[in-house]
Ligand binder design. Sequence first.
Ligand SMILES: [Zn+2]
Length: 387
Amino acid sequence: MTDKLFDRDSYIKEFTCKVSHLYSKDDILYIETDRTAFFPEGGGQTSDIGTLGTANVENVQIIDGRIYHFVENSEENVKFFTVGKEITGKIDWKKRFSDMQQHSGEHIFSGIVHSLYGYDNVGFHLGTEVVTLDFNGILTKEDVCKVELLVNKVIWDNIDVKVFFPSDDELVLIPYRSKKEIDGQIRLVEFPGVDICACCAPHMKKTGEIGVVEVVAFEKYKGGTRVSILCGERALQDIRHKLDENHAVSVLMSAKEKETAQAVERIKKEKESLDYEIVGLKREILNLKLASVKSDKRIVIFDSSLEGKMLQDFALALMERSEEFVCCFCGENGQYRYCMVSDKFDPLHYAKAMNEKFNGRGGGRNGIVQGSLCGEEEEIRRFLTSL
Ligand SMILES: [Zn+2]
């Protein structure tokens, strides 16, 4: 059984240990040691990473109740690791410190939600991006902001965090939160006056080290609420990123940094009214263009301004003026979208011949065929006249 150094002291960054068991499978060499400061994945938190001897530890997992460090199954590592060998382990402290900031922040957040609203944290995930907390009750924006402030107040109070293993007799007297039934001795993490929760993970010694807790999002989730938080450096980076974005928007909008939303709203409204005006102007242009088209046996129009649905509208508006069909093209550099319409013949017949000739495709019914093709304008015009 590996001695879990992280259980008693979460600040051990380097330690010595002996290889007690190892085996390999596929590309992984699984190393068990007599003691370790590496936290194995569990309780919603990913494992520590770091180095063991000369090898990189990419993952640490509990397999059949035993802690295994995953290293590459290379020739070098197979030669290096032997049972009984004494080696040095070093954990990636930057990751661990951040994980502890997130995890301790989560406990305080969940503890305050539990004491204020009676909701349980029924799902916790400490990912590489945000930390998500799922509560089995509805939290409003005001609730979430209130909890966020209270959590930060606990951080500013810089209280000592207690981690202890109570006896069975002591345990029955302690009102602690627990996500599930736990086998074996229970490890409790207490933020005095705020929360006591069963937990297997490393935590901060003092709440001040969490730095800051920021709620980045909250949403309704499975009948309750999912809250996403960031703590410590991750929160600072997130705030810095958002401040930079806001600053850029304020410069672009010539607006004060605390009034960017109003400026964007104003621009959005202006854009909506301009869009409306553009639609009207396009319609006017279309009508002027339509007025200039003379009746003919076959009407063929090339116009790159006939975007989107305008292509079909234009062709249909001209249908009465043709004896056989109207074909309108939009596009440039030999790549065209087309719409062919007729109320006298089935335009599919003409369109098929045109597609064959100009490597096109398309289809339609009820007198309207739409498609695309490649070719030169003059050549297409000549072809449609000769059909
Ligand atoms: Zn925990």
